[in-house]
Design a protein around this ligand. Structure first.
Ligand SMILES: *[C@@H]1O[C@H](CO)[C@@H](O)[C@H](O)[C@H]1NC(C)=O
Ligand SMILES: *[C@@H]1O[C@H](CO)[C@@H](O)[C@H](O)[C@H]1NC(C)=O
Length: 366
């Protein structure tokens, strides 16, 4: 969820090494869970992608080694991680199967969406323009959700479908890629405040979240963006190897804007609830005090090439660390499974100010 973010300049550095192999995965439907949350619907970027980009013609993908080296079966599923990502841990916490990638499910003529589905796509941003044509934009993901909602109404009936969606969790992680692009195109010293940029993102996000509500989402889990300025890729660009202050500042402002948007929505719609995770503050704890949080390395990437393993992403030709649980970052943009596990635990059972106005366990029980 949290953490750094995504592949963006990925395409340049990796073009030579990546073979574009389209992998079609098959999924069997899990039984509908008996708990208060029947399903999870996921929207977002590479922090939550479980393989949608495998089905796109794009270089923003992770369906090759050494990704997945710690995933069951050592399988490179398309997750931008050595193992599981945050939505996998969220599903585990609820006793549900991690929802499958929408583009894999939608291939079946009698696709079943009642157990949840994951629309997240590596590279996606709040803005359509972010990694345009390289991913499913957030708007496109909402378009697909609209078809899913129509399909559920057809299979379950209008009122049952509405009840089902209202009980389900909608997990959202979006914004990191917009901020990375912004930071990379800024020259930190001379740039004005990122507030106008953040305001414009927030305005787009506001309409997108309203659309989500209008389609029947009533329990929103919003995973704010991490301190993206501390991802190895942005650190590596600094002569002192410090975090990008511009990116981290934008991340804090964006999370604050999301908090205010969600607060206003919940005030307006009495039937909507949410849990907002301050991924930035949470992950900064790991980065500022690695040892206290069980990590040995919070700056360099585990898998990659070049300075801090951050010049080139994680490819079959990259080097990777032996002890993945000791690293905060898996590759130049993404957290390790160990980081995702710890952050999700904080979001699930933690308290304000990191997760507010309630934690995910409380939201789920409503
Ligand atoms: C984003 O793209 C969609 C089409 O995919 C378009 O309808 C929409 O107006 C675009 N939004 C913005 C803010 O450009
Ligand atoms: C991996 O690193 C972590 C954090 O430093 C440490 O606690 C753990 O013992 C290490 N595991 C191995 C197998 O060395």
């Amino acid at each position: 969820m949290a953490a750094a973010a995504v592949a963006s300049s990925f395409q340049l550095s990796m073009a030579a090494v990546i073979a574009l192999v389209m992998v079609a995965a098959t999924f069997s439907a899990a039984p509908v869970a008996a708990g208060p949350v029947p399903a999870i619907y996921v929207l977002g970027d590479s922090l939550a992608d479980v393989g949608n980009n495998n089905h796109l013609v794009t270089l923003l993908r992770a369906d090759f080694a050494h990704n997945g080296i710690d995933y069951p079966g050592h399988k490179a599923t398309g997750r931008f991680s050595n193992g599981k990502n945050s939505v996998d841990f969220l599903a585990d916490s609820l006793g549900l199967a991690s929802p499958p990638p929408y583009l894999a499910v939608a291939k079946n003529s009698n696709a079943n969406y009642a157990n949840g589905v994951n629309f997240a796509s590596g590279g996606a941003g709040v803005s359509n323009a972010t990694n345009k044509d390289q991913c499913l934009s957030f708007d496109k993901q909402l378009d697909y959700l609209s078809s899913v909602s129509a399909s559920l109404a057809q299979s379950l009936g209008q009122s049952q479908a509405a009840t089902h969606l209202a009980k389900s969790l909608f997990a959202i992680t979006i914004g990191s890629n917009d901020i990375i692009h912004y930071a990379k195109s800024s020259s930190s010293s001379s740039d004005p405040s990122p507030q106008p940029f953040v305001d414009s993102l927030a305005q787009t996000l506001s309409a997108q979240l309203q659309r989500l509500y209008d389609m029947g989402a009533r329990k929103l889990v919003f995973l704010g963006v991490g301190p993206v300025g501390c991802c190895p890729s942005l650190r590596e660009l600094s002569s002192t190897k410090d975090c990008s202050a511009v990116a981290n500042d934008a991340a804090v402002r964006y999370n604050a804007a999301a908090a205010s948007l969600l607060g206003a929505m919940a005030a307006k719609h009495a039937d909507m609830s949410y849990a907002l995770f301050d991924s930035s503050a949470a992950l900064l704890r790991f980065i500022d005090s690695p040892a206290a949080n069980g990590f040995a390395e919070a700056k360099a990437a585990c898998c990659g090439l070049g300075d801090m393993n951050a010049k080139i992403g994680c490819t079959p030709l990259s080097l990777y660390c032996a002890n993945r649980t000791g690293y905060v970052f898996w590759d130049f943009y993404h957290p390790t499974e160990a980081t995702a596990r710890k952050l999700t635990a904080m979001a699930f059972d933690g308290s304000a100010p990191l997760i507010s106005p309630m934690n995910i366990r409380q939201l789920s029980a409503l």
